[in-house]
Write a protein that binds this ligand. Structure first.
Ligand SMILES: [Zn+2]
Length: 156
C-alpha cells in the first residue's frame, strides 16, 4: 500500500486575510500568571497559613471527615463543629489535563491528599508528558497576582 501526498494546485490559499476589518493579532502567549485567589471570610485562616507555607484543611469534630475547599459547615454531616488541621502536603494525582501551549502551558489536576480530600490544583515544575494518574506529588506554594500564594503540586 502506498500513500500519496498530492499537493492540490488551485486549493484556496491558507492564511489569506482581508485587509479591511482585519482583527488585531493575538497577544503572544507569555508564562502563565496565577490570578489572585478569591478569599472568602470562612477560608481566611487557610490563606493566612498559605503565606507561611502551610496547607490547612478542615476536619469535622463530629463526624471526623475532612473536607476541602474549607467551609464553616461540614459538607458530610452539616455540623458547624469544624476545625483546622495541617495537611502533610503530600498526595497522589487523581486526574490531570494539560492546557495552553508553549510557555503558557499549564496542567490542571485533581490531587487527593493523604488526609483524604481532593483538591483542584495545578501540577507545576514538571514535564507534563511524564505525569501519570496515581503518581505521588508534594505541595509547593506559587505566588499569585494577589496577596496570597496558591497551593500547587509537583512530582515527589
Ligand atoms: Zn461532619
Amino acid at each position: 500500500m502506498s500513500t500519496t501526498n498530492q499537493s492540490t494546485a488551485g486549493a484556496p490559499a491558507q492564511g489569506a486575510t482581508l485587509a479591511a476589518g482585519a482583527k488585531p493579532a493575538a497577544k503572544p502567549a507569555g508564562p502563565r500568571r496565577i490570578p489572585a485567589p478569591r478569599v472568602l471570610p470562612e477560608a481566611m485562616p487557610f490563606w493566612e497559613a498559605a503565606k507561611e507555607g502551610r496547607l490547612l484543611i478542615k476536619r469535622c469534630q463530629d463526624c471526623g471527615e475532612t473536607h476541602y475547599y474549607p467551609r464553616d459547615i461540614c459538607p458530610h454531616c452539616m455540623s458547624s463543629n469544624t476545625g483546622w488541621i495541617d495537611a502533610k502536603g503530600e498526595g497522589t494525582i487523581y486526574s490531570f489535563s494539560t492546557m495552553g501551549k508553549d510557555e503558557a502551558r499549564y496542567t490542571l489536576a485533581y490531587v487527593t491528599l493523604d488526609e483524604g480530600v481532593t483538591m483542584l490544583t495545578d501540577l507545576v515544575d514538571c514535564d507534563s508528558a511524564a505525569l501519570a494518574i496515581g503518581q505521588r506529588v508534594k505541595l509547593v506554594f506559587k505566588p499569585s497576582e494577589g496577596d496570597y500564594p496558591v497551593p500547587m503540586f509537583t512530582p515527589v
